[in-house]
Design a protein around this ligand. Structure first.
Ligand code: DP6
Length: 340
């Protein structure tokens, strides 16, 4: 038996992916940018084992056996095995490609609560399988087929997911635009407003948005391309003013598209909106952007801020959202990390 264990961090998009042009290959309607977080607090951990004695592929998530029927899971396994077979033209290690696998995954954060758990989980699975089967080269396009946002968790630092133009999706990959050491003062504060499973998952939510939201079509075509350029420059120049403004506007636009979806999809709650107000009040007070919020498909807030603002922001959060009122917990993490 051979066994590999890996961990993968979550990534939080600052320009959001929302909508697919190909559901099977998971090809997006717009490009996106994210930062991959330090994995000391929030990460997925996966152990994969292969053995000639295993009689079927099997998977457990947080200790519970999962069905292997998922088309995405099957696609990922098939693609990794295909690459492994191609590489093994010399014959060495050939056998293990035909062995069944046992996959054991765990998250140390709430699953499906809009905390990018699928991104970390799928990135981790694909990375572990690639190690197990000795597949080399970029695997972000394989992770993408597990869950779109997962492709960005393959790399550390700041990452873009390029849309690509090929019909087979081969050029729709993640690309690191700045390394994990590029902006060391950057911190992310995650405010867990609710750890409950969201009522509409991102896959279904974005499907309905693509079908019904005119705003989403306009966003993908006219707005995101310009934002991608500006964001890339802001990250390269460590221009927090622009970085923060685009991040907040893009999050707001994602949720505006969700509201424009018919029937509407709502992810943010009153507490999420109170956090938005607090961040703008702080930025107004300083006369410049000191903090940026962003929300994925859930009510939890991710705040990007510089290290020197962390004590102030933590104090304000604890004051306005005391834990005894069941506002959940806060995670503080540094930025850069990558799957390992
Ligand atoms: C709001 O990657 O979870 O977090 O590709 O269907 O698995 P699927 O969707 P998923 O969507 C993430 C959406 C988002 C924005 C983002 O991370 O860019």
């Amino acid at each position: 038996m051979i066994e590999v264990t890996c961990t993968a961090p979550i990534n939080i998009a600052v320009i959001k992916y929302w909508g697919k042009r190909d559901e099977k290959l998971i090809l997006p309607i717009n490009e996106s940018t994210s930062a991959t977080l330090d994995q000391s607090q929030l990460c997925a951990k996966t152990t994969v084992a292969a053995s000639p004695d295993f009689t079927s592929d099997q998977m457990w998530l947080n200790g519970q056996e999962q069905s292997m029927d998922s088309a995405r899971l099957q696609n990922v396994l098939k693609e990794i095995r295909r690459r492994a077979r191609k590489r093994k033209s010399d014959g060495s290690g050939e056998d293990r490609v035909n062995w069944h696998v046992h996959i054991c995954s765990e998250n140390n954060f709430p699953t499906a609560a809009g905390l990018a758990s699928s991104a970390a989980g799928l990135a981790c699975l694909v990375f572990s399988l690639s190690k197990l089967f000795e597949v080399e080269g970029d695997i972000s396009d394989v992770a993408r087929q597990g869950s779109g946002s997962a492709c960005r968790s393959i790399y550390g630092g700041f990452v873009e997911w390029t849309m690509g133009t090929e019909v087979d999706g081969s050029d729709s990959r993640a690309l690191q635009i700045a390394s994990e050491t590029h902006w060391p003062q950057m911190r992310v504060l995650i405010l867990v407003v609710s750890a409950k499973k969201k009522h509409v998952g991102s896959t279904t939510g974005m499907q309905t948005s693509v079908k019904t939201s005119q705003l989403l079509a306009h966003r993908a075509e006219k707005i995101v391309p310009e934002r991608m350029v500006e964001m890339r420059r802001a990250i390269k120049d460590k221009d927090f003013q622009t970085f923060a403004e685009i991040t907040m506007k893009d999050s707001n636009q994602l949720h505006a598209c969700c509201l424009d979806t018919y029937p509407p999809v709502t992810y943010m709650t009153d507490t999420s909106r109170d956090i938005v107000r607090l961040v703008h009040a702080v930025n107004n007070h300083y006369g410049e952007n000191k903090v940026a919020y962003t929300f994925d498909a859930g009510p939890n807030a991710c705040l990007y801020l510089m290290e020197d603002m962390v004590p102030t922001m933590l104090g304000l959060v604890q004051n306005f959202f005391p834990p005894e009122q069941d506002h959940g917990e806060a995670f503080l993490t540094g930025l850069p990390s990558k799957v390992s």
